[in-house]
Design a protein around this ligand. Structure first.
Ligand SMILES: C[S@@+](CC[C@H](N)C(=O)[O-])C[C@H]1O[C@@H](n2cnc3c(N)ncnc32)[C@H](O)[C@@H]1O
Length: 294
């Protein structure tokens, strides 16, 4: 029978041979997950302070099966089924994009702007696992958030998260190809904020992404068309019919896409007060503007 220290040492050795940058963290997270699943729940502090803790054979076998999957490139979040976003421990499943810390820049700004509004109506377009919708609904009492995606895997994952954080009364999870399936009276010319982290990678660049991303994350969550801007064009054009005057359209953008998306919004002619904001690393990350009086 192994103890925790022996298991971790062996797993870190395997993971160091792979392309992960965080072999120790990955080894610990996977062990915590396997122990939890086997009813031997513990935490990272105990892994360090109680290295002699005994681990049953069933845990050991499952652990090395999952460590081997990680060593082949499977993201640790798909192995453990979790990722933290804005302080929420989100359920994540394969077939759904793993929420990124970059997106917190967008969620934080959306929350700040929504706080100035009375019971805002919000659309999180391309919601994925639902992180933006959940952080907005939890931060803004009285808000009504529509979480929209067209992927069944994303919608199932989003529903699990909405239930996990008991936001069923505030978030409506809806299947739609962008706006086509949400022509609802509650939304048309009555929406306060449309926020979206759409697919924005140029189709031709997808083969250059790391194996962790291109081999495991859904291409429909990544592929933004030939120039990466297809979704910005469609969402900018279609949002006009849904936003109130002065309502806000906000996007996450790729690190070098701020000016390109500004050109799309300005070119549309229906938006004003357009702002580009940088993330903590100093890259373009969030753009937002208001619908002009038409
Ligand atoms: C970059 S992911 C963002 C997910 C999530 N908002 C996040 O930040 O983690 C883009 C999402 O857009 C969804 N999507 C792609 N095409 C779509 C479409 N035509 N209509 C609705 N959703 C779409 C994908 O299923 C995916 O969940």
């Amino acid at each position: 029978m192994y103890n925790v220290n022996e298991l971790l040492k062996k797993a870190v050795g395997i993971l160091r041979e792979s392309d992960t940058d965080t072999p120790v963290l990955d080894a610990e997270l996977i062990l915590l997950h396997v122990m939890d699943t086997a009813g031997q729940k513990t935490d990272r502090l105990k892994l360090v302070t109680r290295p002699d803790m005994a681990v049953g054979e069933r845990i050991e076998a499952k652990y090395f099966e999952l460590v081997n999957e990680r060593s082949k490139g499977k993201p640790v979040q798909y192995i453990t089924g979790r990722q933290e976003f804005m302080g929420f421990e989100m359920y994540i499943s394969e077939g759904v994009l793993i929420p990124r810390p970059d997106t917190e820049t967008v969620a934080e700004r959306a929350i700040e702007l929504a706080k100035e509004m009375e019971k805002p109506v919000i659309i999180d377009m391309c919601t994925g696992s639902g992180g933006i919708a959940i952080s907005l609904a939890a931060a803004i009492p009285g808000s009504k958030v529509w979480a929209v995606d067209f992927s069944d895997s994303a919608l199932e994952c989003c529903r699990i998260n909405v239930n996990r954080f008991k936001l069923e009364n505030n978030i409506r999870v809806t299947k739609s190809d962008l706006f086509a399936g949400i022509m609802d009276e509650e939304l048309i010319e009555n929406t306060d904020i449309i926020v979206s982290n759409p697919p924005y990678i140029e189709s031709g660049s997808i083969p250059e992404l790391s194996i962790n991303v291109r081999g495991y994350e859904p291409h429909s969550a990544l592929d933004g068309g030939k120039d990466g801007l297809e979704f910005y064009r469609r969402i900018t054009r279609d949002s006009v019919g849904f936003l109130k005057t002065n309502g806000i359209l906000m996007f996450e953008t790729g690190y070098d896409q701020g000016t390109k998306v500004r050109n799309i919004m300005e070119g549309d002619g229906c938006y004003h007060e357009i702002n580009i904001e940088k993330d903590l690393a100093g890259y373009d990350r969030c753009i937002w503007g208001r619908k002009a009086r038409i």
